[in-house]
Every structure is written in C-alpha cells, then in structure tokens.
Design a protein around this ligand. Structure first.
Ligand SMILES: Cc1cc2nc3c(=O)[nH]c(=O)nc-3n(C[C@H](O)[C@H](O)[C@H](O)COP(=O)(O)OP(=O)(O)OC[C@H]3O[C@@H](n4cnc5c(N)ncnc54)[C@H](O)[C@@H]3O)c2cc1C
Length: 163
C-alpha cells in the first residue's frame, strides 16, 4: 500500500503507464510526465492511423505480449487485460489471443498475444486518465537526470623515454 507520498513517473509510454497504474492501485498518488503532447485517442484505428508519438520510434508496429506479461496483467490490471484480449483478434494480426483454456501448458508457455502497439498504449493511457490517483501531464519534458558526480579520472600516465 502507498504511504501517501506522491510519486512521479518520467515517460508516459507502456512502461511508465503500467507502473503508474500498479502504483496507483496500491494507494499512491502518481504524476506521469510525458514529453509528447498529443493525448491518447479513444479509438484503436485512430491511434494506429494518426496518434503522433515521436518519443517511441517503434510505435507503429505490432507488439507481442508474452504469456508472462499477460499473467501479470491479469493479476494486476484485469480490466486492461480483458480489453487487450477483446481487441487483439480484431487487429488483423493473425491468430492472436488464443483461448488460454484450449492450450496445453507447453503451448501456453510459448503463446504470444499480438496487438498493435498504439492500441496497447491507448488502453493503458485511457485507464490512467480514468484513474483518480493518476495525473498524466503531456507535453512535459523533464531535463536529463544526471546519476551523480562523474568518477574521478585516473591520473595521467607519464611516458618515459622516447619510445
Ligand atoms: C523495434 C522494437 C520492437 C519491439 N517489440 C516488442 C514486442 O513485440 N514486445 C515487447 O514486449 N517489447 C518489444 N519491444 C520492447 C518494448 O517496446 C520496450 O521495452 C518498451 O517500449 C519500453 O517501454 P518504456 O515505456 O519503458 O519506454 P519507451 O516505450 O521507450 O517510452 C519512453 C517514453 O518516455 C518519453 N520520454 C523520453 N524522454 C522524456 C523526458 N525527458 N521527459 C518526459 N518524457 C520523456 C517518451 O516520449 C516515451 O513516451 C520492442 C522494441 C523495439 C525497439
């Protein structure tokens, strides 16, 4: 559970939004700062056709979700998992989202749910926008964060002789 202190997540893409949703479900107040300004559309085709996400170079591509990811999504964010499963087969990406109950354990271990990357991010962004514990600020770039002082340079080596 959260301790009531605010948390800032830098970057509002798949990783940042998932992090924010899980933290907010745990009772934390989360602010997500995303550099790209355009808000998420509500429609998957619109997200694919026209959502501008310059911060994610591989944005307009299919995205494979391994079974372990779907297991975690089922456990942590069941509404998002259900939306992914309902949308994935309709995105013309082949035999997506097989019925998990129809697979052997071995088949299930290798199964991948295919979804368009913009659709995945749209679902996460809409869930974050609807969450009372999350504020997503778009068009909001943070300067580079430096990890700390540079380590001291080793002393210059003297060169002896003429070699
Ligand atoms: C070609 C390719 C294909 C891939 N295919 C798959 C796949 O099929 N399945 C899979 O699971 N993974 C895949 N991956 C990996 C997956 O895309 C990445 O692991 C994932 O995108 C990482 O998500 P992220 O949210 O951490 O970072 P990113 O998606 O890189 O997003 C970073 C976000 O931070 C924002 N940002 C950057 N700097 C700032 C700043 N200073 N201030 C504010 N915001 C900022 C950006 O605008 C962006 O929205 C693929 C990766 C590539 C490159």
């Amino acid at each position: 559970m959260g301790d009531g202190r605010g948390i800032v997540v830098l970057g509002g893409s798949a990783g940042g939004l998932l992090t924010a949703l899980v933290l907010a479900n745990g009772g934390n107040e989360v602010t997500v700062l995303e550099r790209d300004a355009e808000p998420a559309p509500a429609d998957g085709d619109e997200a694919w056709d026209s959502w501008q996400r310059r911060g994610v170079p591989q944005f307009r591509q299919p995205h494979g979700l391994p079974v372990r990811f779907m297991d975690v999504l089922d456990a942590e964010l069941p509404d998002v998992a259900a939306a992914v499963r309902s949308i994935a087969p309709s995105t013309s990406l082949g035999a997506a989202a097989p019925d998990p109950d129809s697979l052997t354990d071995r088949e299930r271990g290798f199964s991948i749910t295919l979804i368009r990357r913009p659709t995945l991010e749209m679902l996460l962004a809409n869930a974050a926008d609807d969450h009372p514990g999350i504020e997503v600020r778009r068009g909001c770039a943070r300067p580079r964060i430096r990890a700390g002082r540079r380590p001291p340079r080793p002393p210059a080596q003297r060169r002896w002789g003429g070699g």
